[in-house]
Write a protein that binds this ligand. Structure first.
Ligand SMILES: *[C@@H]1O[C@H](CO)[C@@H](O)[C@H](O)[C@H]1NC(C)=O
Length: 473
């Protein structure tokens, strides 16, 4: 009995060990039928001298923190045309532009019609006068040639015929043409009135700045480190342009963690954005960059994925580090940091390369899941993997077999191997612990970082931030 009690106590004290049994990141080999090739060739992350030297020492207090928060003149309004991501202004403003364009077109065609109508009424007047004078001369002639009836009758008949014909034309055809044109004109006038009314309404609405728009700070730069060095020291939404060949875009910069300069490339915090998306969406990016919570600038980041093209491009500008911060549902926080982080371009399916780990969350990217062993652990390493989505399978689980696709089972787009130890883009589960029964495919598809919380705990928050790597001064 004494012995049994010890066992009971023992198993109770080490409840976390239970998770070992249920560790689910991998897809074990079906012996004899499957093979697993753990190594793929993948280029190492970019290393070496950075584009930046250590941060210059801060200017004396007082002069340093004079960051302007001037809004662009059209901020809050309707003219930020290329908002690709984030909350947009109501489309009413586009309607306004469209209506104004239509109004211009209609006005042009009316202006073209007007002289034609005038010309027509002028010419019909001329015909009236002509007929009138003809009638007069006819009467005179009738008097003069009254005697020569025989001769005259024929002549008169012809003139009368002509007169009748012309008079009829003038009385009926011309006026009816004019009437038709008048009708067209009236209709156009009515349309213009309607358009003008719509435009007026739109103008009224556009006077109110749309509350969800984010004023863009005047400080801008290549990325968040550049912005920091140019004086953008508040964490908020900024416009960056890493490459002058491409248009600038919005990102959230964390300018306080570890001295700032961090560009947020991934963020989960409340499950408000669906991360089960297609290749193309992961390529372009999705979600909400930032929100204005009433302070006049967007200092609250939303859930988003910056987009593989952009992540790749920024990470390839030079040595780049990545910081992955996460939080459980009790508020506890840990992080994983890699001093080297490169994402290759789309032509190599955004292969991930990281190195030089530090932190207290566990080295999922390079080690895989520490709950697993041997081959099973190797299957959960992310370094060197290509990016996969449910509609584009590049993972390392029986490539080519459509029934064996990590992204389909694990909920998000990611650098899946066979399959994961970390799943930051997985399904968002409220409260943390979730079970196999709650999932779609019986796999650990939550927002998982196995080396911290195991397979069956979905994190409350996780984010990935990148920064150009430079040696501290
Ligand atoms: C791999 O995982 C499977 C099932 O989870 C298990 O049966 C097997 O023993 C594991 N292999 C190793 C080397 O741990």
């Amino acid at each position: 009995k004494y012995h049994l009690k010890i066992v009971y106590l023992y198993s109770h004290m080490f409840v976390p060990l239970q998770a070992t049994v249920d560790a689910r990141g991998h897809r074990p080999l079906n012996r004899g039928r499957e093979t697993y090739t753990e190594n793929r060739y993948s280029p190492p992350p970019i290393s070496g001298g950075g584009r930046y030297r250590g941060r210059p020492t801060a200017a004396p207090a007082g002069s340093s923190h004079s960051q302007e928060k001037v809004e662009q003149p059209d901020a809050g309004g309707c003219t930020h045309a290329s908002e690709e991501m984030g909350i947009l202004c109501p489309t009413g403003c586009e309607l306004k532009t469209m209506l104004l364009k239509q109004e211009r077109n209609v006005k042009t065609s009316i202006n073209e019609l007007k002289p034609q109508v005038e010309e027509l009424s002028r010419s019909s007047n001329n015909v009236y006068n002509y007929i009138h004078s003809m009638s007069n001369s006819l009467r005179e002639r009738q008097k003069v040639f009254n005697d020569n009836n025989n001769v005259m009758n024929r002549y008169t008949d012809r003139v009368e015929d002509q007169h009748a014909y012309i008079k009829e034309t003038v009385d009926t055809v011309f006026p009816s043409n004019i009437r038709v044109l008048q009708g067209v004109l009236d209709k156009i006038k009515m349309k213009i009135q309607k358009l003008e009314k719509a435009i007026q309404t739109q103008r009224e609405e556009c006077k109110e700045p749309c509350t969800s728009s984010c004023p863009i700070p005047v400080v801008s730069g290549k990325e968040c480190e550049d912005i920091y060095r140019r004086g953008g020291k508040d964490s908020q939404m900024y416009l960056i342009q890493p490459d002058s060949f491409y248009p600038p875009y919005k990102v959230f910069c964390d300018q306080s963690t570890q001295n700032g300069g961090w560009l947020l490339i991934q963020n989960r915090l409340d499950g408000s954005v669906d991360f089960g998306r297609r290749w193309d969406e992961y390529r372009r990016g999705f979600g909400n960059i930032a929100f204005d919570v009433g302070k006049g600038h967007c200092e609250t980041p939303g859930e988003y994925w910056l987009g593989n093209d952009r992540i790749s491009q920024v990470s390839k500008m030079g040595p780049t580090e990545v910081l992955i911060e996460m939080q459980d549902w009790t508020g506890a926080k840990v992080h994983a940091q890699y001093q080297k982080f490169t994402v290759q371009s789309d032509t190599s399916n955004y292969v991930l390369a990281v190195d030089s780990y530090s932190g207290n969350a566990g080295n999922c990217f390079l080690d895989g899941s520490l709950e697993l062993f041997g081959e099973n652990r190797t299957m959960t390493i992310h370094n060197g993997m290509m990016f996969s989505t449910y509609d584009r399978d590049n993972d390392n689980w029986n490539p080519g077999d459509p029934s064996k696709q990590c992204s389909r089972e694990d909920g998000g787009g990611w650098w899946y191997n066979r399959c994961h130890s970390a799943n930051p883009n997985g399904r968002y589960y409220m409260g943390g612990a979730y079970s196999k029964a709650m999932t779609k495919h019986g796999t650990d598809d939550g927002v998982v970082w196995m080396n911290w919380k195991g397979s069956w705990y979905s994190l409350k928050a996780i984010s990935m931030k990148i920064r150009p790597f430079y040696a501290p001064s």
